[in-house]
Ligand binder design. Structure first.
Ligand SMILES: Nc1ncnc2c1ncn2[C@@H]1O[C@H](COP(=O)(O)OP(=O)(O)OP(=O)(O)O)[C@@H](O)[C@H]1O
Ligand SMILES: [Mg+2]
Length: 270
């Protein structure tokens, strides 16, 4: 069991990202512990995805630092960060549409598999065994995420909700200690959202920390240990779901928006 005193798995310290005049992320600080499920919420354009892109190395932050297991990863490339135990999914799905479902998940493992080019060229027994093990493991992750569709078919032929599952399976196949999910419930129907909640709880049960960006407040309130709220790049609240839901700055940020669907969802939990 980790405590607030223990070293955080992931520490984001005073993160800044400017796009010209736009301060997409403007001083974001939070910690993620080994057994955490932390949600990052906020109105559209608040800087949530930008923060993920900095943390996972896709963007270079203009200021601040990010440490994973106490190691500074602020300026590392995405693959180097993934190899250290952080994987992610994307707000806009990024599967290899022309690869099979199974190969998409196997692709998640390439960082961990120690394949030797000569073994591959000669199709040595060692190469074949590693390939078989990778396929078995990919199948286990697809079972874990509850994929129903054809695993030998092209990823792009799966329905949207199923593609989202494949993306999570691929991220899990990287062997992460912390998993970042950018709006995994977007576009899912009611039943699929229930299954997603169950999946997130099972991922957490594996001892993998989760950082979740999500607009679906039902899901956020049910799954999160802590919630960080961003508005115009700035952190306006950090607390338990109950604390955040009652926070006046949070209520104002949500009520101040043009489309107020999510305010009502947020308020309906009172
Ligand atoms: N590549 C980019 N170039 C320029 N501006 C960008 C870029 N990416 C994001 N922004 C701007 O940064 C701000 C934060 O955007 P971001 O996508 O991080 O928000 P978000 O919180 O993820 O929103 P949403 O909930 O709609 O996904 C916005 O003003 C956006 O227009
Ligand atoms: Mg986003």
């Amino acid at each position: 069991m980790s405590t607030r005193e223990s070293v955080p798995l992931l520490r984001v310290q005073d993160l800044h990202l400017d796009f010209g005049g736009v301060k997409a992320v403007d001083g974001l600080t939070f910690q993620v512990y080994e057994d955490d499920v932390l949600s990052l919420v906020g109105p559209n354009g608040a800087g949530k995805t930008s923060a993920f892109n900095c943390i996972t190395g896709f963007y270079k932050p203009t200021g601040g630092s990010i440490t994973l297991h106490g190691t500074d990863i602020t300026r590392l490339r995405p693959s180097a960060i993934a190899a250290r135990g952080m994987s992610r999914t994307f707000q806009n799905l990024r599967l290899f549409g022309e690869l099979t479902v199974l190969d998409n998940v196997r692709a998640g493992m390439h960082l961990r598999l120690r394949q030797n080019a000569l073994d591959a060229l000669l199709h040595t027994p060692r190469f074949r065994r590693t390939e078989r093990e990778a396929t078995d493991e990919a199948n286990r992750w697809l079972d874990f995420v509850g994929l129903r569709g054809d695993r030998g078919g092209l990823a792009r032929n799966l329905p949207y909700g199923e593609q989202r599952r494949v993306e999570i399976a691929r991220a899990l196949a990287c062997g992460p200690k912390v998993l970042l999910l950018d709006e995994p419930a977007a576009g899912l129907n009611y039943g699929e959202k229930g299954e997603l909640l169950d999946l997130l709880q099972r991922i957490s049960g594996l001892g993998i920390a989760i950082v979740l960006i999500e607009h679906d407040m039902d899901l956020v309130m049910q799954v999160s240990r802590r919630v960080v709220v961003l508005n115009f790049g700035r952190e306006i609240a950090d607390g338990t779901p109950d604390e955040v839901r009652r926070d006046s700055a949070v209520i104002e940020a949500y009520l101040g928006r043009d489309d107020d669907e999510e305010d009502e969802e947020m308020m309906s939990h009172e």
